[in-house]
Design a protein around this ligand. Sequence first.
Ligand code: PLP
Length: 409
Amino acid sequence: MKDQKNLKKDFPIFSSKAAKKDGKELVYLDSASTTQKPQIVIDSISEYYKTSNANIHRGIYTLSEKATAQYEEARQKTQNFLNAHSANEIIFTRNTTEAINLLAYTFGEKYINEGDEVIVSELEHHSNLIPWQEVVKRKKAILKVIPIKFDYTLDMDAYHALLSPKTKLVAITAMSNVLGTKTPLKEIIESAHKKNAVVLVDGAQSATHQKTDVKALDCDFFTMSSHKMLGPTGVGVLYGKEEILKELPPFMFGGDMIKSVSQYNSVYADIPAKFEAGTPNVAGVIGFGIALDYLQKVGFKTIEQNDKALFSYAVKKLSAHKEVTLLTPPADKNGPVISFTVKGIHPHDIADILSQDNVCIRAGHHCAQPLMEKLGIPATARISFHIYNTPEDIDKMDKTLQKAIKIFE
Ligand SMILES: Cc1ncc(COP(=O)(O)O)c(C=O)c1O
């Protein structure tokens, strides 16, 4: 774990005096919500504003060309990161939520009609549920839901039974933000394609913890958020297969997404510009490119090793308390997310007591209320890790948790 200690040093928040509470060091166990940022990402944003700030794609002058080149370089980095066929398949959005809404409006409007079916799962974050609820309402289509089994994995038999010639789209998370469950994407995608349905993979949780290869997966769409990938907030990605994106109508209208405009009619730009109306988050996208460089430099092998080691260690520590119930799928189907409940203590109280010792965890329904309903609980406490976490963080969390259990006994 020596390497991890060194990596923690890359993230200035952990040595910041301001992040200490009553002299206690920050223990951050909420990376599934958003990750901390390495110094190089923070520097890249300030460097951009200091040396290259100009609007992109428009200016003929050198500064604008420089900003445009950096922005487009980030698009190429994203293409390489996902192993996409072309940089045109990368659309920058504000976040995963906007990427999914973009798709729901454009694909939903064009291809989903009365009586058609859209499949989601019980694991979905509200961001990959509500946009589809709205599409099916608008289009008089039908929403079908893949249930989970008692081991918190997807019921794949049920999935196969739900697929039909009317299935137009399957929208599925790659990794649950509540239970950590990884879904069998290959099988889901192959089966959907046999029915001529397209597949959107919500990679908001997975893209920052495991290698993504959209070519090998053969998914039609993939979404992710920079802020969960050590990058800045305000940047998301929609990957889409070029041949499908080309046929979709624009999502938002205005500057930058046009070829030509006359008083009563306009001709729209080709992808990706067609989907990027208005001035984008230039500094954020450039910072995101640097975050991708950093993630790849650390490497997914190291990230996964650390995730697995921390996961086992945290499970061991938490299981030692008879009051704790873990909601985790089998270890080989699990990302670095652990939801748990403690008998007699509301998850909000757990988070509150931990916060007194400067330990940050998430408590609540995690934007997955239908999943909570299925589990029969209003909320869970959730810890989640990234590359800057160490076993000492788990120890500190566990020490305060023991205190909380004693207080409520
Ligand atoms: C699985 C999943 N999908 C989608 C989202 C939405 O991401 P964002 O808030 O960046 O749009 C989240 C955020 O937690 C998530 O965990």
